[in-house]
Design a protein around this ligand. Structure first.
Ligand code: HEC
Ligand code: HEC
Length: 488
């Protein structure tokens, strides 16, 4: 039976009130800083049955029960998947051997990530769209990135950051916190999964998408195998995956996906927790009055109410916040008329109900919803929202503050009438969120005024990794030296 449209909104209300416990699921995952290795060893020591079985290892809350015999592993999230695979790979490995395979796989994944020769054009690497200097979001301000064989094709969406994805749970239509198992009242609604619409659960399955997509890297398993075989790291690849790995294109492709997935879980690169806000939470830095005021407005349920979706507080267990509850939600982002796909007035990117995602097609209650992104490192981004329509945080904040009080500022006006929510057909409008700051009408006071918007933006700037605590030794923060990849 299809859940009611209103139901989704109610789930959100509960989600907001339950921010604390929403975080606690992430807590454990986060607490395991060296997550990949720790998990691999946890699996190893506990001798987890069927650890290589992707059904049980398949991320998120599901994995929790599979591994719950082990305290550390109770934190299981997407992160565990490849670590568990690594274990499965060489069953009976010693602790040192597990560390060594993860290390090898991470190093290979990193080289693959920067290797443009994997692409059909020879010009596009993962890093072309996910720049390490920009929180693994694009370096340029284009709404959507060029790709394809001629480097002139584009997709529908802005490239997201790849940081802090380690605790995104597997996609669930009805997400229940693991500590509230069986309690219907805490159904948090559609949650989790990777990409803006949550259509895959694992890094490896995700990497398959850009590698094969005709408007992204446009490659094939055969081409990828040839590229890896000819790469400077071919020897290391053989050492990690076996002397005969290149004999089979599909096996090579799978190994590439696994290495990329493992690399994306390197804690020092992808979830270092080195922002000023982390230092502040740890008592090692003070926020300026503007930043502090911004934080207050961010949390205030009557003002920004941002934290109801972008969780800002430590979990009960003391783990740092992810700045997302990973819920999929509709906030009515305006149509981006600059996107080639939107030249067709009948075309809509409806998020979870399609067209990129196909399993929830015709499920009206999933139309227009996109996964809440983390706001960590958001100040390094140059395009915002799933369609990349805005290019500054000020614009994003004004949208939140004035979407309903001054809709004419965001949506097209024809013959004096505002066409609100112009990127979502009216039959799906019941899916739209109506909590603060989206609880107003024309004539009301905006949730945030210009001075308040400035302060919230100041606060968002404290979420960028790499803050140097004064007095701390430089270099204490794990940085990353990266080869440059030309986009063209
Ligand atoms: C042409 C630009 C482009 C290239 C090249 C590219 N990506 Fe992406 N990436 C995107 C876009 C756009 C999305 C969002 C896709 C969507 O929502 O449908 C994305 C999403 C992701 C996500 C999910 C992030 C999240 O928030 O859930 C991961 C992980 C990822 N990419 C990894 C990779 C890897 C690994 C490679 C190389 C194999 C790669 N990407 C190559 C543009 C790119
Ligand atoms: C009801 C849940 C909810 C609330 C409340 C909320 N957000 Fe969001 N936020 C989202 C979702 C969902 C998206 C992605 C929407 C899309 O692209 O369609 C998003 C996207 C963003 C982005 C763009 C990030 C990126 O990577 O493109 C920023 C910045 C942001 N929110 C900041 C805020 C701030 C600041 C507030 C408070 C004023 C706030 N949000 C309140 C759910 C929420």
């Amino acid at each position: 039976m299809r859940i009611g449209l209103a139901g989704i909104r109610q789930f959100r209300v509960r989600r907001g009130n339950r921010a604390e416990s929403a975080g606690s699921r992430q807590a454990a995952a986060v607490a395991l800083a060296a997550v990949t290795v720790a998990m691999a060893l946890a699996g190893c020591d506990a001798g987890v049955a069927g650890a290589g079985n992707s059904a049980s290892a398949n991320a998120g809350p599901g994995a929790t029960s599979a591994l719950s015999a082990n305290g550390a592993a109770a934190a299981a999230s997407v992160t565990t998947a490849s670590a568990v695979q690594v274990v499965a790979h060489g069953g009976g490995q010693s602790r040192a051997q597990v560390y060594e395979s993860v290390r090898q796989m991470t190093a290979l994944g990193k080289q693959l990530f920067f290797d443009a020769s994997l692409s059909g054009s020879g010009k596009l690497a993962c890093a072309s769209c996910h720049s390490p200097d920009h929180g693994f979001a694009p370096a340029n301000a284009l709404s959507v990135q060029p790709g394809g064989s001629d480097m002139h094709r584009t997709g529908l969406r802005a490239a997201p950051t790849l940081k802090y994805l380690q605790s995104v749970p597997a996609f669930a239509e009805h997400y229940h916190e693991s500590d509230d198992e069986g309690d219907e009242s805490v159904d948090a609604g559609p949650t989790g999964g990777l990409t803006w619409d949550g259509r895959v659960d694992r890094g490896g399955d995700q990497a398959r998408i850009p590698l094969l997509s005709s408007f992204e890297m446009g490659s094939t398993p055969a081409r990828i195998t040839a590229a890896v075989k000819a790469a400077p790291y071919a020897g290391a690849f053989r050492a990690a995956f076996g002397e005969h790995i290149f004999d089979n294109d599909d096996a090579t492709f799978k190994a590439v996906l696994q290495a990329l997935e493992t690399f994306e879980q390197a804690p020092e690169v992808f979830y270092p927790y080195t922002s000023k806000y982390d230092a502040y939470l740890a008592g090692n830095a003070q926020l300026t009055p503007a930043e502090l005021h911004g934080l207050q407005l961010f949390n205030d349920e009557q003002k920004g109410n941002c934290a109801s979706c972008h969780i800002s507080q430590r979990t009960k267990d003391g783990a740092p916040p992810q700045f997302s509850d990973f819920g999929l939600i509709a906030i009515g982002v305006p149509r981006n008329r600059a996107l080639p796909a939107n030249r067709d007035p009948h075309f809509y990117d409806l998020g979870a109900c399609g067209p990129e995602r196909t399993d929830l097609k015709a499920r009206d209650e999933f139309c227009g919803i996109f996964r809440t992104p983390t706001l960590r490192n958001v100040a390094l981004k140059k395009s915002f929202f799933h369609n990349g329509i805005y290019h500054s945080l000020d614009q994003v904040l004004r949208f939140y503050a004035e979407r309903d009080t001054n809709p004419e500022k965001f949506y097209p006006v024809s013959k004096g009438k505002v066409r609100k929510f112009d990127d979502l057909p009216q039959r799906y409008w019941a899916n739209l969120n109506t909590e603060a700051p989206f609880d107003r009408k024309p004539g009301d006071k905006p949730a945030l005024d210009e001075a308040e918007i400035k302060d919230v933006v100041a606060f968002l700037n404290t979420l960028t990794d790499g803050y140097q605590v004064s007095g701390a030794k430089p270099g204490a923060v794990a940085g990353m030296a990266v080869p440059r990849v030309a986009a063209n």
